[in-house]
Design a protein around this ligand. Structure first.
Ligand code: FYN
Ligand code: ADP
Length: 618
């Protein structure tokens, strides 16, 4: 019997009562059906208890936990409540790490980040309807970003939900989740829990990773079966993300195209970071001598200080390159859809080699001359093998022209970063964080905001793979504390969360979670008194402040102190440097309120062009 003993419970919770009642009804239903159709008995519920036998029993609660553990899933991010409170308790009692959040969206974001970092689906557990919906944004974001996660939500009575008779937290969650994630399943019988979890794991991590929804109705949890049959019903998923070897003619096509390139470029996306093929990716870059551009979450796959990094000459290389090798990066809005001015539309057509696990990604925006479909590890290994030893390095006039521009930009940036204005601006504050990350390259950086994101992306160099987590494909705000908690929990490394003051607000209450689990997270809030900046005025004459303005001179550090963490108000770069170094060294939960010049930000950072402009002048 599992170690969580129901005899130790004080009195049944509402969830248990509902579950037991459901169980009684189900047994009654089964007995009735079996009486009418005797042959159904063994087929339908072969392992149900009856009054004359007392074999060791298990139930839905324990089968869910056992199925996860059997598949090496040891952590649940979630929020307890009807009908999953006991599931949280029992999972903890059974040795799983259960990290409880203050809002499901952040638990979901944590699960997504855990999935990205570990290649195992991160688990988010929520209550029904509203809890499920709160988790759904994270599930959807995970799917868009190709992060594997499973949102497991309890749900209300199917019979009542389907007849819309008004159950507690009534919602047809499966139907709602389906279009917003990669796959969605519901389990109705305890003996199907093993299959349900196995299908969810496979769907999350195989092929293009993504979010999976698993609907577990309340009555499932208390359904019982013999422990032996229960154990047999579980599935250990073998090879959940099978390698996908590229076709040899596709490899040859790609190499032939690359061979003729005069101005080749490698573009590394977060798919390349996820793939954990770090050594081969580095070998590909170094063997070919091709300049590379990392997308934000691919920073650190090779150190940002690498001589072949073209990050500081971004516009130049995108416009000038003739053959571009996309490695786990999509030609979406972040890459101007592969066309137009950014890609040097007047300079002749680009040719793309695209490495991706998803065949339908190819040609989604522009024609791809050489698609290479497979997992990145296998594709890059195949390219390396096909190149042999005599591969000619990228032309020197091309790499030289890039180096010249890069050095110019780096020198210009160095001058700006050395300035110590008062109050601090984004550059001076970020230069401090840049130095700290250089000193602790194993630290994980979480980054969200507008200006805080855009400046940090180019200023804070990364040195190791998968050390940068940010707003990703959607440019979503609110991932901050969820991602930070996951990073700390799954890696045990120090985490530095670089947060715009607006972005921080979405998940700020989770500093209590950070303190409760005593996680080595230092949150740096770039406080410039508002969204983008704090200087907007309300032109109407009413007493409300402008929509982008917050309370002036707020002390976010006090929020961390309220829960026993360390709070620091930093008004100079020196104060920020000291507080940050102490936080990273001590591992104590810390929040630094970095006071930034309220005039320093620009509207929407570097993506202001996405703001529609009113044609009406009033
Ligand atoms: C980059 N650059 C540098 C360096 N690194 N200069 C000096 N030193 C260093 N280390 C240069 C680089 O060459 C670019 O200049 C410029 O800095 C910006 O580089 P970045 O940030 O890489 O490129 P860019 O153009 O901003 O990238 C486009 C983008 C990016 C769409 C990929 O903006 C992005 O990821 N945006 C996400 C925004 C988001 O999601 N926001 C959340 C919502 S905010 P040039 O070469 O001269 O161009 C809601 O309001
Ligand atoms: P970025 O935003 O960094 O450009 P994207 O999220 O747009 O990155 O692209 C990631 C791409 O990587 C997706 O198209 C996805 O299908 C692909 N991908 C993810 N994991 C793998 C993998 N293991 N092998 C191959 N492709 C992968």
């Amino acid at each position: 019997m599992n170690s969580y003993d129901t005899a130790t419970m004080q009195s049944p919770t509402r969830a248990q009562e509902r579950g037991l009642e459901a169980h009684r009804l189900m047994l009654g239903d089964c007995q009735q059906r079996c009486a009418t159709f005797p042959e159904v008995k063994s087929e339908t519920h072969p392992n149900m208890t009856n009054d004359t036998q007392s074999p060791e029993m298990t139930d839905g609660f324990h089968l869910v936990i056992d199925a996860l553990k059997l598949n090496d899933i040891d952590t649940i991010f979630g929020l307890p409540g009807i009908p999953v409170t006991d599931l949280c308790r029992m999972a903890q009692a059974e040795g799983m790490r259960v990290i409880s959040f203050r809002h499901e969206q952040h638990a979901g974001n944590a699960a997504a980040a855990a999935g990205f970092l570990t290649q195992k689906p991160g688990i988010c557990l929520t209550v029904s309807a509203p809890g499920f919906l709160n988790g759904l944004t994270a599930l959807s974001n995970a799917t868009v970003n190709c992060f594997p996660m499973i949102l497991i939500s309890g749900s209300s009575e199917r019979e009542i939900v389907d007849l819309q008779q008004g159950d507690y937290e009534e919602m047809d969650q499966l139907a709602i989740a389906k279009p917003l994630c990669k796959a969605a399943f519901r389990v109705l019988h305890a003996e199907d829990i093993g299959v349900g979890i196995a299908r969810a794991i496979r769907a999350a991590v195989s092929g293009r990773p993504g979010g999976v929804y698993l609907d577990l109705p309340a009555k499932l949890f208390a359904q019982t079966m013999t422990a032996e049959a229960g154990k047999k019903s579980l599935i250990k998923v073998i090879d959940p993300a099978p390698r996908q070897i590229p076709a040899s003619d596709a490899v040859k096509r790609a190499l032939d195209l690359l061979k003729g390139a005069k101005r080749p470029l490698i573009l590394l996306g977060k798919g390349a970071a996820y793939a954990q093929a770090d050594a081969d990716i580095r070998a590909l870059v170094e063997k070919t001598g091709i300049p590379y551009l990392p997308m934000s979450m691919a920073k650190g796959l090779l150190p940002d200080t690498h001589a072949q990094s073209a990050a500081a000459a971004r516009s130049y290389v995108l416009a000038e390159a003739d053959v571009v090798v996309l490695v786990g990066a999509r030609l979406n809005w972040l890459l101007s859809h592969g066309k137009g001015k950014t890609w040097g539309q007047d300079k002749g057509a680009k040719q793309f080699i695209q490495i991706d696990i998803s065949p339908t990604e190819i040609d989604s925006n522009v024609a791809i001359a050489a698609p290479l479909i497979g997992d990145i590890g296998s594709c890059v290994a195949a390219l390396l093998a096909g190149m042999g030893d005599g591969w000619t390095k990228a032309p020197a006039d091309w790499t030289g022209a890039i180096a010249e521009r890069r050095e110019k930009n780096l020198a210009k940036m160095a001058v700006t970063l050395a300035l110590r204005p008062s109050p601090m601006n984004f550059h001076s504050a970020l230069s401090v964080i840049r130095d700290q990350v250089k000193a602790r390259p194993d630290a994980i950086v979480v980054n969200e905001g507008a200006n805080t994101l855009d400046f940090a992306r180019s200023i804070v160099d990364m040195y190791q793979p998968r050390k940068r987590l940010d707003v990703g494909t959607w440019g979503i705000m609110g991932i901050g504390m969820g991602f930070a908690v996951a990073a700390a929990v799954v890696t045990g490394k120090p985490v530095i969360a670089i947060e715009g003051d607006s972005a921080f607000g979405f998940s700020g209450m989770e500093v209590e979670t950070i303190c409760r689990y005593n996680l080595p997270i230092c949150v740096v809030v770039f406080n410039n008194n508002g969204v983008y900046r704090g200087t907007d005025k309300n032109p109407s004459g009413s007493k409300d402040v402008a929509p982008t303005v917050f309370v002036k001179n707020a002390r976010y550090d006090k929020l961390m102190e309220a829960f026993g963490g360390v709070g620091v108000n930093a008004t100079t770069a020196d104060e920020l440097a000291k507080a940050l170094a102490e936080a990273v060294a001590s591992g104590k939960p810390t929040l630094i309120n970095a006071v930034i010049d309220e005039t320093a930000g620009t509207e929407s950072g570097r993506i202001a062009s996405l703001n529609p402009q009113s044609a009406v002048k009033k």
